[in-house]
Unconditional design. Structure first.
Length: 253
Protein backbone atom coordinates (compact mmCIF):
# COMPACT_ATOMS: atom_id res chain seq x y z
CA UNK A 1 0.00 0.00 0.00
CA UNK A 2 1.19 3.47 -0.85
CA UNK A 3 0.65 6.42 1.51
CA UNK A 4 0.17 9.84 -0.12
CA UNK A 5 0.47 12.85 2.15
CA UNK A 6 -0.39 15.43 -0.50
CA UNK A 7 -2.29 15.69 -3.78
CA UNK A 8 0.83 15.51 -5.95
CA UNK A 9 1.82 12.18 -4.39
CA UNK A 10 -1.62 10.73 -5.02
CA UNK A 11 -1.19 10.58 -8.79
CA UNK A 12 -3.74 9.10 -11.18
CA UNK A 13 -5.07 5.56 -11.51
CA UNK A 14 -6.33 3.35 -14.32
CA UNK A 15 -9.36 1.10 -14.34
CA UNK A 16 -12.18 1.31 -11.82
CA UNK A 17 -11.20 3.61 -8.96
CA UNK A 18 -12.98 3.30 -5.61
CA UNK A 19 -12.86 5.70 -2.69
CA UNK A 20 -13.69 5.21 0.97
CA UNK A 21 -13.49 8.61 2.71
CA UNK A 22 -12.80 8.40 6.45
CA UNK A 23 -11.68 10.59 9.32
CA UNK A 24 -9.35 7.88 10.57
CA UNK A 25 -9.58 6.06 13.91
CA UNK A 26 -10.40 3.08 11.71
CA UNK A 27 -12.50 0.28 13.17
CA UNK A 28 -14.43 -2.78 11.99
CA UNK A 29 -17.06 -0.58 10.37
CA UNK A 30 -14.43 0.93 8.08
CA UNK A 31 -12.97 -2.50 7.39
CA UNK A 32 -16.42 -3.62 6.28
CA UNK A 33 -16.46 -0.74 3.78
CA UNK A 34 -13.04 -1.78 2.49
CA UNK A 35 -14.11 -5.43 2.23
CA UNK A 36 -17.21 -4.56 0.22
CA UNK A 37 -15.33 -2.12 -2.03
CA UNK A 38 -12.21 -4.19 -2.70
CA UNK A 39 -13.66 -6.70 -5.22
CA UNK A 40 -15.20 -3.93 -7.33
CA UNK A 41 -12.08 -1.81 -7.81
CA UNK A 42 -8.87 -1.95 -9.74
CA UNK A 43 -7.56 0.71 -7.36
CA UNK A 44 -9.02 1.26 -3.89
CA UNK A 45 -8.22 4.59 -2.26
CA UNK A 46 -9.01 5.37 1.36
CA UNK A 47 -8.69 8.88 2.70
CA UNK A 48 -7.87 9.73 6.30
CA UNK A 49 -8.63 13.36 7.05
CA UNK A 50 -10.09 14.84 10.22
CA UNK A 51 -12.03 17.61 8.53
CA UNK A 52 -12.05 20.72 10.73
CA UNK A 53 -14.76 22.33 8.59
CA UNK A 54 -17.44 19.90 9.80
CA UNK A 55 -16.81 20.44 13.52
CA UNK A 56 -18.74 23.26 15.12
CA UNK A 57 -17.32 22.38 18.54
CA UNK A 58 -13.55 22.91 18.69
CA UNK A 59 -13.34 20.69 21.76
CA UNK A 60 -14.88 17.82 19.80
CA UNK A 61 -12.32 18.41 17.04
CA UNK A 62 -9.46 18.44 19.54
CA UNK A 63 -10.64 15.21 21.16
CA UNK A 64 -11.18 13.33 17.91
CA UNK A 65 -8.80 10.31 17.95
CA UNK A 66 -5.86 10.35 15.56
CA UNK A 67 -3.44 7.47 15.00
CA UNK A 68 -2.16 7.37 11.43
CA UNK A 69 0.20 4.47 12.14
CA UNK A 70 -2.67 2.28 13.34
CA UNK A 71 -4.89 3.44 10.48
CA UNK A 72 -2.16 2.61 7.95
CA UNK A 73 -1.79 -0.92 9.31
CA UNK A 74 -5.56 -1.53 9.26
CA UNK A 75 -5.99 -0.16 5.74
CA UNK A 76 -3.07 -2.18 4.38
CA UNK A 77 -4.36 -5.38 5.99
CA UNK A 78 -7.76 -4.72 4.39
CA UNK A 79 -6.25 -4.48 0.90
CA UNK A 80 -6.39 -0.72 0.36
CA UNK A 81 -4.05 0.31 -2.48
CA UNK A 82 -3.55 3.97 -1.63
CA UNK A 83 -4.03 5.78 1.66
CA UNK A 84 -4.51 9.51 1.13
CA UNK A 85 -3.72 11.35 4.37
CA UNK A 86 -3.48 15.09 3.63
CA UNK A 87 -2.96 17.90 6.12
CA UNK A 88 -5.54 20.60 6.78
CA UNK A 89 -3.32 23.06 4.93
CA UNK A 90 -3.29 20.77 1.89
CA UNK A 91 -7.09 20.59 1.79
CA UNK A 92 -7.75 24.20 2.83
CA UNK A 93 -4.80 26.26 1.59
CA UNK A 94 -4.34 29.96 2.21
CA UNK A 95 -7.16 32.12 0.82
CA UNK A 96 -9.54 29.14 0.58
CA UNK A 97 -12.99 30.75 0.27
CA UNK A 98 -15.33 28.50 -1.72
CA UNK A 99 -17.88 26.31 0.07
CA UNK A 100 -20.64 23.92 -0.90
CA UNK A 101 -23.78 24.74 1.09
CA UNK A 102 -26.36 21.96 0.65
CA UNK A 103 -30.05 22.49 1.33
CA UNK A 104 -32.88 20.01 0.79
CA UNK A 105 -32.09 16.76 2.58
CA UNK A 106 -29.35 18.53 4.56
CA UNK A 107 -31.97 20.50 6.49
CA UNK A 108 -33.19 19.19 9.83
CA UNK A 109 -31.68 16.44 12.03
CA UNK A 110 -27.88 16.88 11.93
CA UNK A 111 -28.25 19.96 9.77
CA UNK A 112 -30.28 21.66 12.51
CA UNK A 113 -28.37 20.25 15.48
CA UNK A 114 -24.93 21.06 14.02
CA UNK A 115 -25.16 24.25 11.94
CA UNK A 116 -22.51 24.29 9.22
CA UNK A 117 -21.77 20.59 9.57
CA UNK A 118 -22.98 19.59 6.13
CA UNK A 119 -21.26 22.57 4.55
CA UNK A 120 -18.02 21.04 5.78
CA UNK A 121 -18.99 17.51 4.76
CA UNK A 122 -20.17 18.48 1.28
CA UNK A 123 -17.16 20.69 0.60
CA UNK A 124 -14.54 18.16 1.67
CA UNK A 125 -16.25 15.27 -0.14
CA UNK A 126 -16.55 17.27 -3.36
CA UNK A 127 -12.85 18.08 -3.04
CA UNK A 128 -12.04 14.40 -2.50
CA UNK A 129 -14.17 13.42 -5.50
CA UNK A 130 -12.32 15.97 -7.65
CA UNK A 131 -8.88 14.97 -6.32
CA UNK A 132 -9.25 11.17 -6.45
CA UNK A 133 -11.69 11.00 -9.39
CA UNK A 134 -13.36 7.81 -8.16
CA UNK A 135 -15.93 5.89 -10.14
CA UNK A 136 -17.43 4.53 -6.91
CA UNK A 137 -17.45 5.81 -3.33
CA UNK A 138 -18.61 3.90 -0.24
CA UNK A 139 -20.24 5.26 2.90
CA UNK A 140 -21.84 3.67 5.95
CA UNK A 141 -25.59 3.71 6.53
CA UNK A 142 -25.04 4.81 10.15
CA UNK A 143 -24.57 8.32 8.75
CA UNK A 144 -27.79 8.06 6.71
CA UNK A 145 -28.36 11.79 6.36
CA UNK A 146 -24.77 12.31 5.23
CA UNK A 147 -25.25 9.63 2.57
CA UNK A 148 -28.42 11.34 1.37
CA UNK A 149 -26.64 14.71 1.24
CA UNK A 150 -23.81 13.27 -0.84
CA UNK A 151 -26.18 11.55 -3.24
CA UNK A 152 -27.96 14.89 -3.65
CA UNK A 153 -24.61 16.62 -4.21
CA UNK A 154 -23.55 14.14 -6.89
CA UNK A 155 -26.91 14.48 -8.64
CA UNK A 156 -27.25 18.25 -8.44
CA UNK A 157 -23.64 19.09 -9.35
CA UNK A 158 -23.24 16.37 -12.00
CA UNK A 159 -20.41 14.63 -10.19
CA UNK A 160 -19.48 11.40 -11.99
CA UNK A 161 -19.34 9.16 -8.94
CA UNK A 162 -21.71 6.42 -7.83
CA UNK A 163 -22.43 6.54 -4.10
CA UNK A 164 -22.65 3.08 -2.55
CA UNK A 165 -24.10 2.40 0.91
CA UNK A 166 -23.07 -0.32 3.37
CA UNK A 167 -25.26 -1.34 6.29
CA UNK A 168 -24.36 -0.19 9.78
CA UNK A 169 -21.87 -2.44 11.58
CA UNK A 170 -22.62 -3.10 15.22
CA UNK A 171 -20.86 -4.56 18.23
CA UNK A 172 -22.38 -7.78 19.61
CA UNK A 173 -24.30 -5.70 22.17
CA UNK A 174 -26.01 -3.78 19.36
CA UNK A 175 -24.20 -0.44 19.65
CA UNK A 176 -23.32 0.98 16.24
CA UNK A 177 -19.57 1.20 15.72
CA UNK A 178 -18.21 4.72 16.00
CA UNK A 179 -14.84 6.26 16.70
CA UNK A 180 -16.54 8.16 19.51
CA UNK A 181 -17.47 4.95 21.37
CA UNK A 182 -13.98 4.88 22.87
CA UNK A 183 -14.89 7.96 24.92
CA UNK A 184 -17.71 6.16 26.74
CA UNK A 185 -17.17 5.04 30.32
CA UNK A 186 -18.51 1.55 31.16
CA UNK A 187 -21.62 3.13 32.69
CA UNK A 188 -22.13 5.45 29.73
CA UNK A 189 -21.81 2.56 27.31
CA UNK A 190 -24.49 0.63 29.18
CA UNK A 191 -26.79 3.64 28.96
CA UNK A 192 -25.94 4.10 25.28
CA UNK A 193 -27.33 0.64 24.57
CA UNK A 194 -30.73 2.27 24.93
CA UNK A 195 -30.19 3.70 21.43
CA UNK A 196 -30.42 0.40 19.51
CA UNK A 197 -33.25 -0.68 21.83
CA UNK A 198 -35.09 2.54 21.04
CA UNK A 199 -34.63 2.08 17.29
CA UNK A 200 -35.93 -1.48 17.55
CA UNK A 201 -39.35 -0.09 18.56
CA UNK A 202 -39.57 1.64 15.15
CA UNK A 203 -41.76 4.25 16.84
CA UNK A 204 -40.84 7.85 17.72
CA UNK A 205 -42.62 8.12 21.05
CA UNK A 206 -41.61 4.65 22.27
CA UNK A 207 -38.01 5.37 21.27
CA UNK A 208 -38.02 8.70 23.08
CA UNK A 209 -39.34 7.05 26.25
CA UNK A 210 -36.58 4.44 26.22
CA UNK A 211 -33.86 7.05 25.72
CA UNK A 212 -35.17 9.28 28.49
CA UNK A 213 -35.54 6.33 30.89
CA UNK A 214 -31.87 5.48 30.25
CA UNK A 215 -30.85 9.01 31.22
CA UNK A 216 -29.65 10.06 27.77
CA UNK A 217 -29.85 13.68 26.62
CA UNK A 218 -31.80 13.69 23.36
CA UNK A 219 -31.01 15.97 20.43
CA UNK A 220 -33.69 14.45 18.22
CA UNK A 221 -35.83 11.38 17.59
CA UNK A 222 -37.50 11.80 14.22
CA UNK A 223 -38.62 10.03 11.09
CA UNK A 224 -37.12 11.47 7.90
CA UNK A 225 -36.91 10.38 4.27
CA UNK A 226 -33.29 9.22 3.97
CA UNK A 227 -33.39 6.77 1.06
CA UNK A 228 -36.72 5.71 2.53
CA UNK A 229 -38.51 6.48 5.79
CA UNK A 230 -35.87 6.33 8.51
CA UNK A 231 -36.12 6.60 12.28
CA UNK A 232 -33.09 8.68 13.27
CA UNK A 233 -31.71 9.35 16.75
CA UNK A 234 -29.03 11.62 18.17
CA UNK A 235 -28.41 11.50 21.91
CA UNK A 236 -25.65 12.04 24.43
CA UNK A 237 -24.33 9.59 26.98
CA UNK A 238 -22.36 11.88 29.26
CA UNK A 239 -20.35 14.17 26.99
CA UNK A 240 -20.35 11.77 24.04
CA UNK A 241 -22.83 12.40 21.25
CA UNK A 242 -23.97 9.35 19.30
CA UNK A 243 -26.16 8.98 16.22
CA UNK A 244 -27.94 5.94 14.82
CA UNK A 245 -30.90 5.10 12.63
CA UNK A 246 -33.05 2.32 11.23
CA UNK A 247 -34.69 2.15 7.82
CA UNK A 248 -38.39 1.59 8.45
CA UNK A 249 -39.22 0.04 5.07
CA UNK A 250 -37.60 -0.76 1.76
CA UNK A 251 -33.90 -0.94 0.93
CA UNK A 252 -31.51 2.00 0.52
CA UNK A 253 -30.50 2.61 -3.07
Amino acid sequence: MRVARNIAELGTHDGVVGLVPTMGALHAGHVRLFDVARPECDTLVASVFVNPAQFGDTRDLDLYPRDLSADTAIAEEAGVDVLFAPSADEMYPARFATWVVPEGVAEGLEGAARPGHFRGVATVCLKLFNIVRPDLAWFGRKDAQQVAVLKQLARDLNVSVEIRVVDTVRDPDGLALSSRNARLSPDERQRALAIPRALATRDVEAARTILLHAGLDIDYVEVADLDGPTLAVAARAGATRLIDNVLLEGDPT
